[in-house]
Design a protein around this ligand. Structure first.
Ligand code: SF4
Length: 338
C-alpha cells in the first residue's frame, strides 16, 4: 500500500475565545476541529464543503502547517509534521501552498506582482538569480497572463487576474499540493469558471493534489474526485464525488445538495431541505449527534447517542444512525413523478 501524500489522524484543534476590552470571552474552549481523519493522495482533488464556521479554514491552516493540532497528527509522506525541523520543515512548507479567498489581501500592494511571484523562488533558491525574471514570465504565461504583467501592481488587476497571480505565485515554489480556500467565492460568476478550469488544467499538467474548500457544492462537484462534508468541526460524510452526489448518506449533505439552485427537468421534482437556524456553538456542542438540533430525519436516540461512521461501500462513509436509509432516499435530488 502506498503512503498517502498527506494524512490527518484524529486531529483536534481548540481555541480560547477572545473577549473585548469591556468583558472577558465566554468560558470554555472553541472546538474548531474535533477528531478529523483524512488522507490526501497524489494527484487527487478533495473537495471540503460545509457552512461558515464548520472548521474548513482551520483544517486548511493545519494542512499547510500554519497551525499544529492540539491533539492528533498531521503526516506528510508518513512523517509527523510537528517533528520536522530545519530543511525538512522548509521543504514541507514549500510542497504545500495556500490559495486565498481574497487574492488582493494576499499580495503586498507596494510590490509589483513580478516581485511577489519571485519572492518564493528566491527564498527557496530554485533557479539562478539571473533566471528568476524568465521563470516569473513563464509562470505568468502558464496561468494565462502576459509577461508584461510582471511590472504591474496588484491594484491594476481585476479579481480574476489577481487570483491567477496568486496561483502563479504558489506554483513558483513547485508545490505538490495546493490548498484552495474558497478561491472563487469573491469572484464574479463570469470569471469563476475560468479560474476553476485553470486549476483543473494545472492539476492535470503538473500532477498536483488539490484540497478545494468551498461552501458551494456545485463548484466542488466540478472540481473534486472525493468530497468531504464538515459540520461543527467534524467530518460527517466523505466519499467519491459521484457516490456522495447520487446517494448522500448524511442529512446535512442532503440539505447542502438541495440548496444548489437547479431546476428539475419536466416530470421531475426535488424535495428540498431548508436548514433552519444557525449551527450550535462550537464551545458547547450538543450531545449525541451534533446535527440533531437541525436534522429533518432525527429520531429519539440522535440527541443522546453519538452516531457511528457507517460504511456505505467504495470508501463512502457517513456518520449517521440512519445513513443507509438516507443514502437510499431522493431527498434533495431530482426524482421522477411520472
Ligand atoms: Fe440526523 Fe440522527 Fe443522522 Fe444525526 S444521527 S444526522 S440527527 S438522523
Amino acid at each position: 500500500m502506498t503512503t498517502p501524500l498527506l494524512e490527518l489522524d484524529d486531529v483536534h484543534q481548540t481555541y480560547r475565545p477572545k473577549g473585548s476590552i469591556f468583558s472577558r470571552g465566554p468560558a470554555g474552549l472553541v472546538h474548531a476541529i474535533s477528531g478529523v481523519t483524512l488522507t490526501i493522495n497524489s494527484g487527487e482533488t478533495v473537495g471540503v464543503v460545509g457552512e461558515s464556521g464548520c472548521g474548513k479554514s482551520t483544517l486548511a491552516r493545519m494542512v499547510v502547517g500554519i497551525e499544529d493540532p492540539k491533539q492528533g497528527a498531521v503526516r506528510w509522506k508518513g512523517a509527523d509534521v510537528s517533528t520536522l525541523r530545519g530543511p525538512e520543515r522548509k521543504a514541507f512548507h514549500r510542497s504545500i501552498q495556500l490559495i486565498f479567498q481574497d487574492p488582493f489581501a494576499s499580495l503586498d500592494p507596494r510590490r509589483t506582482v513580478g516581485q511577489s511571484i519571485a519572492e518564493g523562488i528566491l527564498a527557496h533558491d530554485l533557479v539562478p538569480g539571473d533566471a528568476v525574471e524568465d521563470r516569473v514570465q513563464q509562470l505568468l504565461r502558464q496561468v494565462g497572463l502576459l509577461p508584461v504583467h510582471a511590472r504591474r501592481y496588484p491594484h491594476e488587476f481585476s479579481g480574476g487576474q489577481l487570483q491567477r497571480v496568486g496561483i502563479a505565485r504558489a506554483l513558483g515554489v513547485e508545490p505538490e499540493v495546493l490548498v484552495c480556500d474558497e478561491p472563487v467565492s469573491a469572484l464574479d460568476v463570469s470569471v469563476r469558471a475560468q479560474v476553476l478550469n485553470l486549476l483543473n488544467q494545472l492539476k492535470t499538467e503538473l500532477g498536483l493534489a488539490i484540497v478545494f474548500i468551498a461552501h458551494d457544492l456545485d463548484v466542488v462537484q466540478h472540481m473534486s474526485d472525493r468530497i468531504v462534508t464538515m459540520y461543527l468541526g467534524k467530518i460527517v460524510e466523505q466519499g467519491p464525488c459521484d457516490a456522495v452526489y447520487e446517494s448522500a448518506g448524511h442529512p446535512y449533505t442532503r440539505a447542502l445538495l438541495s440548496a444548489v439552485p437547479k431546476k428539475p427537468a419536466p416530470g421531475y421534482r426535488i424535495d428540498r431541505v431548508v436548514l433552519e437556524g444557525d449551527p450550535p456553538s462550537p464551545i458547547n456542542p450538543p450531545p449525541g449527534c451534533p446535527f440533531h438540533t437541525r436534522c429533518y430525519a432525527a429520531i429519539a436516540k440522535c440527541s443522546t447517542v453519538v452516531p457511528p461512521s457507517v460504511d456505505l461501500g467504495d470508501g463512502h462513509r457517513a456518520t449517521c444512525h440512519l445513513a443507509e436509509e438516507v443514502s437510499r432516499s431522493r431527498v434533495g435530488q431530482p426524482y421522477s413523478v411520472v
